[in-house]
Design a protein around this ligand. Structure first.
Ligand code: PMP
Length: 359
C-alpha cells in the first residue's frame, strides 16, 4: 500500500492512479499556487499565475512528446467522447469518406458519430473474434479525408504495436488510454486526442496534439467552441479552461521527465505487463483475452476457468487492498489497468495472488 498504508493499489481503468508526488504537489497548490497566496482552484485563468501554469504545462508536454511547432497543443474541457463528434464535424462532410479502424467499443462509438456527418469506410475490424486481435491488414478507401484508429482499446485490452501502415490520408488517433506510455508516433498524424483521466491527470479535460495545417483544413461553419482552430488561435482560452486539469497535466509531465521520459515509461510499462502476461501464459486457470501480438501494456484483460474462481479472486483482491479489477461487462473476468503511475510492486502483488489461487 502507498503512503502510511492508507492508499489501495488502484487498478481502475480511469479515472486512474496518479503519481503520489503529483498528488502532493496538487495538494499544496490547492492551498497556495507557487507561493502566490491563492490556490490553483481560485486563480483567474487570465492572471499571470495561471498564465505561467499554462506555459509550463505546454512546454512540458512538448518536451515529453518531442512535439515540434508544426503541431498545436490544445486543452479542451471535454472527454474523448466529445472528440468522436468534433472530429467528423471539423473534417468530414456529407459527400466525403473517412476511414475507421474498428478495434472495439471505443472505435465503434467514434464510427457512430462519424456516420452522422458523412460516409464511413471500415478499413479493418476485430469484431469476428470479439476484438481479441488488432487487425494489421487495412483496406483503405480511395481518398479518405482521414484515417481514425484507437491506439489502445481500454475495454478489450488490445493495443496497436505501431500506427496503421500505408494510410493515404492523415491519421487521427484516440490515444486516451496509452498516451505518453511510450514514445509518441507523430509521423503521419493530423491529430491525436486523449481524455486525461488515465495517463495524464483528472477527468473533464482532454489533450489534443494536432498539425496546424490539418487544423486549418477543417470546416469553418461550426460554432467557435466546436472548431479546433479556435483553441489554437486562442491558446485554449476562448472560454474558461479546466485550470486545475491543466495544472495537474503539467505536474504529471514533469514527473514523466523526472523519471526518464517516454523511453523509460515504455521500458517500465513493458516490464510490468510482462509480469502479468507471463503469469497468464504459464497458468492453467487464468487465460488472457487478447492474442499475444495485440496485447495491451496498459489494460491486461483475463478470465478464470470458472466465474466462481473470478469472483473469489476479485473478493480476495478487494480484501487485500487491490481495487478496481472487475472487467468491463462486455468482456467479463478481470482487467488490470497498469498505467504509467501504477507501481511495479503492485503488479507483483496481483501475480502472487493469482499464483496462490492456482495452487
Ligand atoms: N476512448 C478510449 C480509448 C477510452 O478508454 C475512453 C474512456 N474509457 C474514451 C474514449 C471515452 O472517454 P471520455 O469518458 O473521457 O469521453
Amino acid at each position: 500500500l502507498g503512503r502510511a498504508g492508507l492508499r489501495k493499489l488502484n487498478f481502475s481503468s480511469g479515472p486512474a492512479v496518479l503519481p503520489e508526488e503529483v498528488l502532493r504537489r496538487a495538494q499544496e497548490a490547492l492551498w497556495d499556487l507557487d507561493g502566490s497566496g491563492i490556490g490553483i482552484l481560485e486563480h483567474s485563468h487570465r492572471g499571470k499565475e495561471f498564465g505561467r501554469v499554462l506555459d509550463r504545462t505546454e512546454a512540458a508536454i512538448r518536451e515529453v512528446g518531442s512535439i515540434g511547432d508544426e503541431f498545436a497543443v490544445l486543452f479542451e474541457t471535454a472527454g474523448a467522447t466529445h472528440h468522436f463528434a468534433l472530429i467528423p464535424q471539423n473534417f468530414l462532410s456529407r459527400d466525403a469518406t473517412a476511414d475507421y479502424c474498428h478495434t472495439g467499443i471505443w472505435s465503434g462509438k467514434a464510427i457512430d458519430e462519424a456516420k452522422r456527418v458523412g460516409n464511413v469506410h471500415v478499413v479493418c475490424s476485430g469484431e469476428a473474434n470479439n476484438f481479441a486481435t488488432t487487425p494489421t491488414l487495412c483496406t483503405y478507401s480511395p481518398s479518405p479525408r482521414y484515417v481514425h484508429y484507437t491506439s489502445n482499446e481500454t475495454i478489450y485490452g488490445t493495443q496497436w504495436a505501431s500506427p496503421p501502415q500505408g494510410a493515404p490520408a492523415p491519421l487521427i488517433c484516440d490515444a486516451s488510454s496509452d498516451i505518453f506510455s511510450r514514445p509518441l508516433p507523430l509521423a503521419g498524424h493530423g491529430l491525436i486526442y486523449a481524455g486525461a483521466q488515465k495517463n495524464l491527470g483528472p477527468s473533464g479535460i482532454s489533450l489534443v496534439i494536432a498539425r496546424r495545417d490539418f487544423i486549418a483544413s477543417g470546416n469553418t461553419d461550426l460554432s467557435p467552441l466546436a472548431q479546433y482552430r479556435t483553441y489554437e488561435a486562442e491558446r485554449s482560452m476562448h472560454n474558461t479552461p479546466n485550470t486545475f486539469g491543466v495544472f495537474v497535466i503539467g505536474e504529471v509531465c514533469r514527473w514523466i521527465l523526472d523519471n526518464g521520459g517516454l523511453a523509460a515509461m515504455a521500458e517500465r510499462n513493458a516490464r510490468k505487463a510482462k509480469l502479468l502476461y507471463d503469469a497468464l501464459d504459464a497458468s492453467k486457470v487464468w487465460r488472457g483475452h487478447a492474442t499475444p501480438e495485440s496485447r495491451s501494456l496498459m489494460n491486461v484483460t483475463f478470465r478464470g476457468t470458472t466465474k466462481d474462481l473470478e469472483e473469489q479472486l476479485l473478493a480476495r483482491c478487494e480484501s487485500e487492498g487491490l481495487s478496481g479489477l472487475r472487467g468491463h461487462r462486455s468482456v467479463g473476468g478481470l482487467r488490470a489497468s497498469i498505467y504509467n503511475a501504477f507501481p511495479e510492486d503492485g503488479v507483483r502483488r496481483l501475480v502472487t495472488l493469482m499464483h496462490e489461487f492456482e495452487r
